[in-house]
Design a protein around this ligand. Structure first.
Ligand SMILES: *Cc1c(COP(=O)(O)O)cnc(C)c1O
Length: 378
């Protein structure tokens, strides 16, 4: 991720929406002195959070863990990834998707994305499937929706599992169904920049009793009753302090997503004329694909970096996600040498994300649109 110098009046690309309710709940954890528990079902607030998330997603099981990376790692272990199994993933994602694959012993195989919505390109996915393919991880980047029907069809035909990386897409829906509920498992993150935060945290959704059972073991050193390690596991437990924040955030999720939508729709309305005139591409929902507006990402035919700098001068924290793409980082150039993904490489050079989080006011949205338009006309 890019590091930047953030001045105090900079509008950051994302910022947690924390209020008195979170403070009260965290304080009560401290007062009760129940900071965490290694019990199989987790602490009281972990269980509360999981139940809220189950209801929200309409998933049979939700298991909390301590990061989105841990969620992906645990899901891959639960899927039974063996050394050398191939896991198909986009390279246009946060590196955690790939790191989890390598940590689980799998071999990442990078698939290109579509330039129109930055999600996995199903025709390239078909090209990359081999006899060793075991899992595909579509990433719902920016809260956009991967083509889940087409992916399910390919996966079924080749008997590969679908694990969704829904770390950026809590609240996004495909045909009115929540992301994370299409694959055998869905992985969520509660990192500070995400639409719902616990500081650090994560969760896995699944409708399978068997997988839920395995994940409960994996997040707790493979144990079931005391020191009886049955499978490889680690300490992936979510502490009660984080669960306290997550639990309160769940109650505010609808409101937070509503403000994001208001901001995004206003921004689209303001940018629409320039979008037609100056060849910039703004994000577009469809009847089937509704975004959580985690990131409002624009693609510029030209001058992306110049426009980013102009916005920064106006105190707008516009940010590039992600450049370089994963396959161009030093480590993954060794893991998957010679990988070429033309659309991914184009996206990494042309996209820019704009802030629409709940702290951004309507006046600031106008400021962002005006600053961007001024930069385009230079
Ligand atoms: C944030 C993120 C992750 C990892 O989540 P952490 O909670 O930071 O470990 C994985 N994949 C994507 C696409 C993400 O945005």
């Amino acid at each position: 991720m890019t590091t930047h110098i953030v001045s105090s009046n900079m509008i950051p690309i994302n910022k947690p929406w924390i209020g008195e309710e979170e403070k009260r709940e965290v304080t009560s954890v401290l007062e009760e002195n129940t900071l965490t528990t290694a019990a199989r079902d987790g602490g009281k607030r972990v269980r509360d959070f999981e139940s809220q998330m189950r209801n929200y997603l309409k998933a049979k099981h939700v298991l909390a863990v301590n990061s989105g990376t841990a969620a992906l790692h645990a899901a891959l272990l639960a899927a039974g990834i063996q050394q050398g199994d191939e896991v198909l993933i986009p390279s246009f994602t946060f590196v955690a998707t790939a790191n989890a694959v390598v940590a689980a012993g799998g071999k990442p195989v990078f698939v290109d994305v579509k330039k129109d919505d930055y999600t996995i390109d199903v025709s390239d996915l078909k090209n990359k499937i081999t006899k060793k393919s075991k899992v595909v991880i579509p990433v719902h980047l920016y809260g956009h929706l991967s083509d889940m029907d087409e992916i399910a069809e390919v996966a079924e035909k080749h008997s590969i599992d679908v694990i969704e990386d829904a770390c950026q897409s809590l609240g996004s829906t495909y045909k009115k169904k929540q992301t994370g509920t299409f694959g055998t498992m869905g992985c969520f993150s509660m990192y500070a920049s995400k639409v719902l935060t616990a500081g650090e945290g994560g969760a896995i959704s699944t409708d399978s009793d068997e997988l839920a059972d395995k994940i409960k073991m994996i997040r707790n050193h493979g144990m079931v009753e005391g020191y009886d390690t049955r499978v490889l596991g680690m300490n992936l437990r979510l502490p009660e302090l984080s669960a306290a924040v997550a639990k309160v955030q769940m109650q505010k999720l609808g409101k937070m997503l509503e403000i994001r939508r208001r901001n995004a729709e206003l921004l689209s309305k303001m940018l629409f004329p320039s979008a037609k005139k100056s060849g910039i591409k703004i994000p577009q929902e469809t009847a089937d694909k509704k975004f959580n507006w985690y990131l409002y990402t624009v693609a510029f035919e030209n001058n992306r970096d110049r426009i980013k700098d102009a916005l920064a001068k106006d105190n707008i924290g516009a940010t590039v996600y992600y450049s370089p793409p994963v396959h161009k980082t030093p480590f993954y150039m060794q893991v998957a040498p010679g990988t070429k993904l033309p659309s991914t490489e184009w996206c990494a050079d042309h996209v820019l994300s704009l802030p629409v989080h709940p702290h951004v006011s309507e006046a600031e949205i106008e400021q962002i649109a005006n600053s961007l338009q001024a930069a385009l006309e230079k």
